[in-house]
Design a protein around this ligand. Structure first.
Ligand code: UFG
Length: 336
């Protein structure tokens, strides 16, 4: 298949491009570099030996989307391109709706014009809100706790409505738990702009000396060690989940939602210890009050992905931290 990846130079998009190429597919990447760097393209060539078919464009640019689809025979689209920071979404909701929701609508319209009706959508476990009914199955109630989460849930609903209107569409919304890790080459990885909002990139920057200490947001949760528990999944497992999902579109699944997680919870303290093992660096910590909007624990019921896609995560916590450390220590300032 030839697969278009919007947000193709981003953290998850770039790892998925590798997994697709390894599975024998051809990829076309589209990105506006709003949260990624052109250097990713060189690194992808180094890893895969393939020069990426790349379009620099915004996913809200309908003319650009039409040009890509007219020039390439696209079989399916994996739609990653969207802003994804919870705090920013509260400060700039219109930016999130314009790009996260508006970009998805424009992409789907362009796909429809070119009769490309196969899409894998980059959703998030954030659609479960603060549900504590663990493990989270796909039929758990959805709820929204911030504008970012609303963009994800709205896009899922748009895909469901679209399929209801025209059964020639096939759409799978993948609900990611907490993606971490990096390609084992150390050539690509997560490169957040500014202060990392997420745990693992923050720990990595402490380990490499860019930040003095990790602040643990709350150690009084009702969890075994008091710190927040999440389902961290290696980004290459996540990438392989996309390969399985895009290949499953050929089975005409209609519209479906599928969790991508490991099914295992890991606490903040356990993650710090794993990172210390991987890096050999002691991570100084400070404990602060809980971060608003955080819940105590979240992990996936990952059985639907195994049943429907034949996919399960295989990489361990120690592989996640070793790969992040290799990426971070070889690239202390990310791609810069
Ligand atoms: N944490 C810290 N210190 C930090 C950062 C995080 O203690 O500096 C803690 C959090 O309190 C939480 C855990 O580490 O207990 C994980 O936090 P992350 O920010 O890495 O991840 P979240 O689970 O909060 O958020 C992620 C994605 C969101 C998504 C959400 C729900 O980043 O986009 O999962 O799916 F909405």
């Amino acid at each position: 298949m030839r697969i278009l990846l919007t947000g193709g130079t981003g953290y998850i998009g770039s790892h998925t491009a590798i997994a697709l190429i390894e599975a024998g597919h051809q990829v076309t990447l589209l990105d506006n570099f709003s949260n990624s760097k052109p250097a990713v393209l060189d690194r992808l060539r180094e890893i895969t030996g393939v020069t990426m078919d790349f379009f620099e464009a915004d996913v809200t640019d309908e003319d650009a989307l039409d040009a890509v689809m007219a020039d390439r025979s696209i079989d399916a689209v994996i739609h990653f391109a969207a802003p994804k920071a919870v705090g920013e979404s509260i400060a700039r909701p219109l930016h999130y709706f314009e790009n996260g929701v508006g970009g998805t609508v424009k992409l789907l319209r362009a796909m429809d014009r070119h009769a490309v009706r196969n899409v894998v959508y980059s959703s998030s476990a954030t659609v479960y809100g603060l549900s504590e009914d663990l493990p989270l199955t796909e039929d758990a109630p959805t709820s929204v706790i911030n504008p970012y989460g609303r963009t994800k849930l709205m896009c899922e609903q748009i895909l469901g409505d679209l399929f209801a209107s025209d059964s020639s569409w096939n759409a799978i919304a993948l609900r990611y738990f907490n993606p971490v890790g990096a390609h084992p080459s150390g050539l690509i990885g997560e490169d957040p702009q500014g202060v990392p909002a997420n745990l693992v990139p923050f720990i990595a920057q402490v380990a490499v000396g860019r930040r003095p200490a990790l602040t643990i947001f709350g150690d009084d949760y009702p969890t075994p060690d008091g710190t927040g528990v999440r389902d961290y999944i290696h980004v290459l497992d996540l990438a392989e989940g996309h390969v399985a999902a895009v290949e499953h579109l050929a089975n005409k699944p209609g519209y479906d939602t599928i969790n991508l997680g490991t099914g295992q919870g890991v606490s903040v303290r356990e993650m710090v210890e794993a990172f210390e093992r991987a890096s050999g660096v002691a991570i100084p910590i400070e404990v602060a009050p809980r971060r608003p909007g955080d819940g105590p624990a979240s992990w996936a019921d990952a059985t639907k992905a195994a049943r429907v896609l034949g996919w399960t995560a295989t990489r361990t916590l120690d592989q996640m931290t070793a790969d992040v450390w290799r990426w971070q220590s070889h690239n202390p300032n990310g791609y810069d």
